[in-house]
Structures are given as structure tokens and as C-alpha cells.
Design a protein around this ligand. Structure first.
Ligand code: BTN
Length: 266
């Protein structure tokens, strides 16, 4: 497939008519270019309204997990972040919110485009083993209490070609469906779903962990976990309520807090 040259910028009106949220995205900042929408919301002292969404057509220093970069061509995809300052949410487990976001992004893509999605620990969204979306949570605290949470989400929508080296090979909605899709509707539906799922994560986090488990095909598989230059091999037993990956090696269970997981054939 040839990548189109034309940049079709985000149409705020099309987005607005589909947004059905109470608090998420009601304050909306649309930027042509920024270093990173996450950094913008983490650093901008005057952007502190709960639920503020920042969408950028282009990020010059898009951030991924584990200090990686997130590459996304201008005006092709969705690169956005939202701010949470609501104490009722921040006082609850951010781990459940992290998993809730992966589930909601996966469910939205599956429902809108009829493509089967999976989740991969800790919060990647895959289609057929390729990465279609990633999530990065950042927070700041005063003492022991978190006062600001920024959730950044990158979803590959209309980008066909991906240059560079990737830990997990990328894909996009257009590559999976053969059709370019409307980013405005996708973002509005995603935010509608995220607001609903955050409410569930706050009240009943166990529902979220179970929905995540159902969508993760790798539980029970032999996996390799790479972290800090070391590799651990074992069976992906489960996740715990702290979001750790539980890796079984013989009779021992090792809790993994961070790292990259790849599946090994049995
Ligand atoms: C990952 O899978 O490594 C996480 C990727 C998160 C990318 C998004 S794009 C919008 C937001 N701003 C950033 O700088 N990163 C996140």
C-alpha cells in the first residue's frame, strides 16, 4: 500500500458531536506540534482541569515506556494524553487504571473496526502479535499522595509504513482493515469508553484485571522477560493485584514489576 501524502487535520466538530463524556475531554487542547503531550500535561502548571485532553498532530519527542521513543507520522494517528486530578480516582490503584486503559483501547478498536485485539503485559495493545497502541502513565506526588496523573495513549490509525527499529513490530488500523478511518470518531468513542472503564476501575478493580486476563492470550505460555540487560525465562502464570507479572520457574514464583515480555514456543 502506498502512503498518501495529504495531511488530513483533525476536525474538532466531528469529534465533538460524538463525545458523550461528563468530564473526560470536556476541556480539549488541539496542538499542531509539541515535544510530547505527556510532558505538556506534566509540566504545564496552568493546565490542571480534571479530564483535560491534549491531542497533537505531531510529537517531536513522543515518549514510550522504559525511556523509549514513540514514533508517529504527522496527522496519521492518535497521539494524546489526558489529565486526572480527581482525588476519588487518584486515591485508588493507578495499577488498575493502567490495565483499564489497555482494555478500553483494545475493546474500542475491536468494536469500531471488527479486528481482534489482544493485550500484552503491561499495557500494550496488539493485533495479530503486532503493536497497534501503547500507553504511558506518568504521575507527580506531594509527599506520599499523587496529585496529578497523566495518561498518554498512542494509537496507530492511518499510517501504513513504519520506519525504525521496534521492540514489537507495529501495525495500524489501516494495515489491518485495508481502509483509512476517521480519527475523530475513534478518539471520541475511545474517550467515552475510557470514562466508563475508569469508573469501574475505581469501584471494582478486580473486574478490570479479569477483563485484561481474558484478552491476554499469553497467560500459561513460556515467556522471556528482559529487564536491565538480564533475561528470565519461565511460564507467565498470572498478574497480581499490584499489576506484577507472575513468572513461574519450577516451583518458584517471581514477581516482575517492569520489563519486556516475549513469547517463546513451548
Ligand atoms: C509504549 O507503548 O511504550 C507507550 C507509548 C505511549 C505513547 C503516547 S503518544 C501520546 C503520549 N505522549 C507521549 O509522549 N507518549 C504517549
Amino acid at each position: 500500500m502506498k502512503q498518501q501524502k495529504l495531511e488530513i487535520l483533525f476536525d474538532l466538530k466531528k469529534f465533538d458531536i460524538r463525545l458523550e463524556t461528563e468530564w473526560l475531554g470536556r476541556s480539549f487542547l488541539y496542538l499542531d506540534e509539541i515535544d510530547s503531550t505527556n510532558s505538556f500535561l506534566m509540566e504545564k502548571a496552568n493546565a490542571d482541569l480534571n479530564g483535560t485532553v491534549v491531542l497533537a498532530e505531531k510529537q517531536t519527542e513522543g515518549k514510550g515506556r522504559l525511556e523509549r521513543q514513540w514514533y508517529s507520522s504527522k496527522a496519521m494517528n492518535l497521539t494524546f494524553s489526558f489529565l486526572v486530578t480527581d482525588r476519588a480516582v487518584l486515591n485508588k490503584s493507578l495499577i488498575a487504571i493502567n490495565f483499564a486503559l489497555a482494555v478500553s483501547v483494545a475493546e474500542t478498536i475491536e468494536t469500531l473496526f471488527q479486528i481482534k485485539t489482544q493485550v500484552k503485559w503491561p499495557n500494550d495493545v496488539l493485533v495479530g502479535g503486532k503493536k497497534i497502541a501503547g500507553i504511558l502513565l506518568e504521575s507527580s506526588s506531594t509527599g506520599s499522595s499523587i496529585n496529578r496523573l497523566v495518561a498518554g495513549i498512542g494509537v496507530n490509525i492511518n499510517q501504513i509504513h513504519f520506519q525504525g527499529t521496534y521492540n514489537v513490530p507495529p501495525t495500524s488500523v489501516v494495515n489491518e482493515t485495508g481502509m483509512e478511518v476517521e480519527r475523530e470518531k475513534t478518539l471520541a468513542e475511545m474517550l467515552n469508553h475510557i470514562e466508563e472503564i475508569i469508573a469501574i476501575a475505581v469501584k471494582q478493580p478486580s473486574i478490570i484485571f479479569n477483563r485484561w486476563r481474558e484478552r491476554c492470550p499469553f497467560i500459561g505460555d513460556k515467556v522471556l522477560v528482559a529487564r536491565d540487560g538480564k533475561e528470565l525465562i519461565g511460564i507467565f502464570d498470572d498478574i497480581d493485584d499490584q499489576g506484577n507479572l507472575l513468572l513461574r520457574q519450577d516451583d518458584e514464583i517471581i514477581k516482575i514489576q517492569y520489563g519486556d515480555v516475549s513469547v517463546l514456543s513451548l
